[in-house]
Design a protein around this ligand. Structure first.
Ligand SMILES: Nc1ncnc2c1ncn2[C@@H]1O[C@H](COP(=O)(O)OP(=O)(O)O)[C@@H](O)[C@H]1O
Ligand SMILES: [Mg+2]
Length: 381
């Protein structure tokens, strides 16, 4: 199946997977392809490589989608019937915007933004990217400006982090446990107020952080806003579970990535989240079928000199080992996941950092089955 078929009827596409497998590049290529097919698409990228960001005209960091100038795309030979919009997520800014939106007045928003606990929270590398990616996705979805939103996900080591982190941060912001803990009459204060106070005092002297008072100030400032976090969390959850949302898993063909993709898929299904397909990126297609690299080497020897033949044969052998490995991993993935067969993108010789590169990916993502063989033959040759 092509990715266009997998995304039929979807308004939100979340591309998840472990670090480095190609989430950012595939999300851009998916958005490009859907825009070419007439949709008004926005892709929310996270930490794109500098050159890819430049290629998409993402120099501006204002945390809103920008129209990718059609001239940029037209030169590469793909006509865009819809619109491609792209943005680079700014987690800190997204967090600030959220506070500004739900604070009762601008003064309170400023006070919260200046609070130490808030500053730590909003810039923490783990958690805040995941949380704000989802927050931004929700806002864009609510604005109804686009036919399709494609969300790239943070470069977490583990794909499952992406599902956990926003929830963890939300429950912290809802602050039930902590509020009980930091209430002057609460258990926390009673315990910490006496026994642990030397520890906290020492911490305060060394770090300058008065943890308990910073925390209680923070929650006092949030006040009623914690209800808004709960409310929004429920709505976000509804969006993620909707059948117009699709989680696309991106994986490489290496064992660890495949293991993680299998876990991720299982967790999505167990959590009732709409899994819609897998993309196996950087796949080494098997060129030889049943014949051995040695057979081909004999054939080659007739055409090339001895030294060159030896080098080519060695190369071919290495490639063949990878191809056999990838094929086995792919079979394992297919058995575990079931459903539509994975969309394969070959391993290219060079990085994907410009529009031409995205178009190479695009060809494989959107090709109908009958065209795929020809495309593979072209790349591998
Ligand atoms: N099919 C491919 N062939 C060759 N290089 C690729 C391919 N897909 C992605 N890359 C390269 O791999 C690197 C990681 O891709 P990226 O999309 O940033 O991964 P992620 O977002 O999952 O961390 C980038 O340098 C990208 O250009
Ligand atoms: Mg990335």
């Amino acid at each position: 199946m092509s990715i266009a078929e997998l995304l039929e009827g979807k308004r939100v596409c979340v591309c998840g997977g472990s670090g480095g497998v190609g989430k950012t590049t595939t999300s851009a290529a998916i958005a490009l392809g859907m825009a070419a097919r007439g949709a008004k698409v926005a892709v929310v990228t996270i930490d794109p490589a500098r050159r890819l960001a430049n290629a998409l005209g993402l120099e501006e960091l204002d945390n809103e989608p920008h129209l990718v100038a059609p001239e940029r795309l037209a030169g590469a030979g793909l006509s865009i019937d819809g619109e491609l919009w792209a943005m680079m997520l700014d987690p800190k800014r997204t967090f600030d915007e959220l506070i500004e939106r739900i604070a009762p007045d601008p003064e309170r928003a400023e006070e919260i933004k200046a609070n130490r606990v808030y500053r730590e929270l909003s810039t923490a590398v783990s958690g805040s990217q995941e949380f704000t990616a989802i927050a931004k996705l929700y806002d864009l979805d609510q604005a109804h400006r686009f036919d399709l939103l494609v969300l790239d996900t943070p470069p977490s080591r583990n794909a499952l982090d992406f599902l956990d982190a926003p929830g963890r941060l939300t429950s912290f912001l809802e602050g039930r446990a902590l509020k009980a803990f930091t209430r002057p009459t609460g258990v926390g204060m009673r315990v910490l107020g006496r026994g642990a106070s030397p520890l906290l005092a020492a911490l305060r002297r060394v770090t300058g952080i008065d943890l308990l008072s910073d925390l209680s100030t923070f929650f006092a400032l949030l006040g009623d806003m914690t209800n808004d976090f709960s409310l929004r969390a429920a709505q976000v959850e509804k969006m993620l579970r909707a059948d117009t949302t699709g989680f696309v898993l991106v994986s490489s063909a290496q064992s660890e990535a495949i293991d993680e993709a299998i876990w991720f898929q299982r967790t999505l299904v167990d959590s009732g989240l709409p899994f819609c397909g897998v993309i196996v990126n950087r796949f080494h297609h098997d060129l030889l079928g049943d014949s051995e690299p040695e057979d081909l080497a004999t054939e080659l020897a007739a055409a090339l000199g001895h030294d060159l033949t030896a080098r080519v044969a060695e190369n071919l052998h290495d490639y063949h080992v990878l191809a056999r490995r990838d094929t086995l991993n792919l079979e394992r993935l297919e058995r575990a996941v079931g459903g539509p067969s994975p969309v394969l993108i070959p391993h290219f010789d060079s990085d994907v950092h410009d529009i031409d590169g995205l178009l190479r990916l695009h060809a494989f993502l959107f090709a109908p089955a009958e065209e795929r063989e020809r495309l593979i033959a072209e790349v591998v040759a």
